[in-house]
Design a protein around this ligand. Structure first.
Ligand code: MN
Length: 492
């Protein structure tokens, strides 16, 4: 029987930051830590204090913030590691002891006896200094289970607070993890599980450990972490709830926003097909599915999008059905006859067949042409200059026509695209909107590639997706924004 209460130990800021190419500034780590605290994570592993001075600064900042969560630092079974963790004022250490013979022999060059001695000394030292100790057996999944039990028993006698088994190399399958935890048996301290996704099984293995008695789950937002990453917070939390009826204390309706924050600050994009937090997780295109969902959402949606702070979207493409097109036209308040609907539908299918994603701005353009409406564009770009270089602040100036009025504006930015978009924003400051998403794809390879820019604009109750394309990324970006603004400004 699984434990009733599950403690979420989040390692986004430690193992997650060890994702190749990721390095967070102290203020960025603090922002993520606050968000983790807000969603109700029990333990925040804020980093490995021994890593660098910057890391110590980050951990100290987080520890000082007075968050509800327990703040932890990774530490090896080395006095020096524990000392720097103490300097950062953390509540606990994630004390890592490599228990597999492979690690003991080849990494440390010692034997089991010596490892046990060092481990217990590190525990004693940490406890003597008032730290909560989570003893993590590195490569624990490949450790001889009898030895693992010995370590657990000795460490428990030395007053550890939790005991975690790490599948450091991500080689386990659920049955093996179940077997290990079953063999560990009843423990006086809570047992934790730390899984990696090298076989795509991190979430499954974590659940299996819980089923066999583990009550602490190590996770990272968006499944970040070394190599293929760690078990992802969103998957584990939702699977525990929907599969086992187990609650973790996580406010799941904030999952989408913390996923966005981590994606933005780490620069690691969430794959569109990622469970729970991927762009496509609640997006439907196929006609049969959309038809079902419009009748009753549960037909093709087992997870309620609002339960994880996401929203359901329908996409127009070649798999689209007539009903979805009608629904989107209704949403955009575009009245059509049956014949007009069929014609719009055919054109959407045609674009979809050409491999194009049809946004709601495209849908408007199609329906305008079908309905024979010619619409004067509210905004026209007359001139645009964007400059960038190594000895200049990226700057852009625009001359645009808004409703027949000429407006000239300029702005700086982090790069030429940002500067150009800022200049347009200044020039259209009377139009209330928020740029909620900007996404660029290179369609063909190479430096002369065609880029496709997709933007999402939000104004009061409407969300508009529009796109621009071309070989010039600045112009394509401006096109996407202006297309969206024109749609927003068109009264229907
Ligand atoms: Mn790890």
């Amino acid at each position: 029987m699984p434990a009733k209460k599950i403690l979420v130990h989040d390692t986004t800021l430690r193992d997650g930051e060890q994702t190749p190419g990721v390095s967070l500034l102290p203020d960025e780590k603090l922002r993520i830590a606050k968000a983790l605290d807000e969603i109700g994570v029990g333990v925040i592993e804020a980093g490995a204090a021994i890593t660098s001075e910057g890391e110590q600064e980050s951990i100290k900042k987080i520890a000082k913030e007075g968050l509800r969560a327990e703040i932890s630092s990774f530490a090896r079974i080395v006095k020096g590691d524990i000392d720097v963790a103490l300097k950062c004022d953390v509540d606990s250490v994630f004390l890592v002891s490599p228990t597999s013979d492979l690690h003991i022999k080849y990494k440390l060059g010692i034997d089991r006896e010596e490892l046990m001695k060092r481990t217990l000394e590190a525990i004693d030292y940490s406890k003597a200094h008032g730290l909560i100790v989570d003893l993590c057996t590195e490569d624990g999944s490949r450790t001889d289970v009898d030895f693992l039990k010995k370590v657990l028993s000795a460490a428990t006698d030395h007053k550890i607070d939790r005991f975690t088994v790490a599948d450091t190399v991500g080689i386990m399958v659920p049955e093996k993890i179940f077997e290990i935890f079953t063999k560990l048996g009843k423990s006086k301290v809570p047992l934790g599980i730390h899984c990696h996704d090298d076989l795509g099984l991190a979430t499954a293995n974590t659940l299996s450990a819980v089923r066999a008695g583990a009550s602490v789950v190590d996770v990272a937002v968006n499944g970040l972490g070394e190599r293929a990453g760690n078990a992802s917070l969103e998957e584990v939390v939702m699977a525990l709830r929907l599969g086992y009826g187990l609650e973790t204390g996580i406010k799941t309706e904030k999952i989408a926003s913390i996923s966005d924050l981590v994606e933005r600050l780490t620069g690691v994009p969430v794959p569109p097909n990622k469970a729970i937090v991927g762009e496509n997780a609640f997006t439907h295109e196929a006609g049969i599915h959309v038809d079902g969902i419009l009748k009753k959402a549960e037909t093709y949606e087992a997870i309620k999008p609002e339960s994880v702070g996401a929203r359901r979207t329908f996409v127009l493409g070649k798999h689209v059905g007539m009903k979805a097109v009608k629904k989107m036209l209704d949403d955009e308040k575009i009245p059509v006859t049956d014949d007009q609907l069929r014609e719009v539908f055919n054109q959407v299918k045609y674009m979809g067949d050409k491999g194009k994603r049809v946004t709601n701005v495209d849908l408007e353009a199609i329906s305008d042409s079908v309905l024979g409406i010619s619409r004067e564009k509210a905004i026209k770009v007359m001139e645009l200059v964007a400059v960038a270089g190594n000895t200049i602040t990226p700057t852009a100036s625009v001359k645009i026509m808004i409703d027949g009025r000429v407006v000239v504006e300029s702005s700086v930015g982090t790069g030429p695209v940002d500067a150009a978009l800022n200049a347009i924003k200044h020039a259209t400051r009377d139009v209330p909107f928020e740029l909620v998403e900007y996404h660029v794809d290179s369609i063909s390879g190479g430096a002369d590639a065609v880029v496709k820019v997709m933007v999402k604009l939000k104004s009061k109750d409407r969300i508009i997706t529009s796109q621009g394309a071309g070989t010039d990324i600045v112009l394509a970006s401006v096109d996407a924004l202006v297309n969206g603004l024109n749609s927003l400004m068109t009264r229907r």
